[in-house]
Design a protein around this ligand. Structure first.
Ligand code: DGL
Length: 274
């Protein structure tokens, strides 16, 4: 296989990164993708930088065995605390989800007040503020961790309930008070709550989905590096492979809901071996 025909490696702490994979499939349908979801060790959102760095290195060693041509860190938390260090250790292009989302928010804001919601670790890292203010020090960035959003999305039956609305209203009330006009959905799961978040924040607030921007950035990166796959993929070939570190069933169900694509190609591996 030529290098340009090799798959893209995408990883996340679990199922959330499938929102990024969905955008990759939409925007660059000619690419093969190997997805790894660390379902045995999720969540990353409340873990330390050292732990997340160790996990990310193991996953990258695994993805390398699949001869990927580039890596997408689809997890906001891993992008926030591990990406820069890992980039220095790698011999291939790697992209995370923070910069693409931050750049879009900078373009979108009109009153200069940007909100970011994410896991505890992402918000504590202040990475979105650092990146945004490096590019434009006049912008204000206000972060809010929303730890209950991840389980709400994963236990999908509550998403449309009054419990979800109450939790979201509670988390978002300070951002509303601050008068932000742009909100970054800085966690893989949050685009799946977009409707509810939008209803609470009001239509004047622009919601930025880093998954969408990351796929655009990836397309650009592949082009720059001459790594775009030019060859048609045969209809008989399944271009997507999924690997998880825990049971396959729940992942498969979630994947098929999000991607509207068969995830029967899912295998469990022991990530501690890498
Ligand atoms: N994938 C994580 C993120 O985007 C959310 C789930 C977790 O805490 O691991 O930050």
């Amino acid at each position: 296989m030529q290098r340009a025909e090799a798959p893209i490696g995408v990883f996340d702490s679990g199922v959330g990164g499938l929102t990024v994979m969905r955008e990759i499939i939409r925007q660059i349908p000619k690419e093969r993708v190997v997805y790894f979801g660390d379902t045995a060790r999720v969540p990353y959102g409340n873990k330390s930088r050292d732990t997340i760095l160790k996990y990310s290195r193991q996953i990258i060693r695994f993805l390398k065995t699949k001869e990927v041509k580039t890596i997408v860190v689809a997890c906001n938390t891993a992008s926030a605390v591990a990406l820069e260090e890992i980039r220095g250790e790698l011999d291939m292009p790697i992209i995370g989800v923070i910069k693409p989302g931050a750049k879009t928010a900078i373009k979108a804001t009109r009153n200069g007040k940007i909100g970011i919601i994410g896991t505890e670790t992402t918000v504590r890292s202040k990475i979105y503020s650092h990146f945004i203010q490096d590019l434009n020090p006049n912008l204000t960035v206000i972060g809010k961790a929303c730890p209950l959003f991840v389980p709400l999305v994963e236990e999908g039956e509550f998403l449309k309930s009054s419990i979800a609305a109450e939790i979201a209203t509670h988390y978002l009330k300070d951002l509303k008070k601050e008068g932000i006009d742009t909100l970054i959905l800085g966690c893989t799961h949050y685009p799946l709550m977009r409707k509810l978040i939008g209803q609470i924040m009001g239509e004047q607030v622009i919601l930025v989905n880093p998954a969408y921007e990351t796929a655009r950035g990836l397309k650009e990166l592949l082009k720059q590096k001459g790594l775009e796959n030019q060859k048609e993929i045969a209809e008989s070939e399944n271009p997507y492979a999924f690997y998880v570190s825990d049971t396959v069933d729940k992942f498969q169900q979630f994947a098929e809901n999000i991607l509207t694509y068969s995830a029967e190609n899912t295998m469990k591996i022991n990530i501690e071996d890498y």
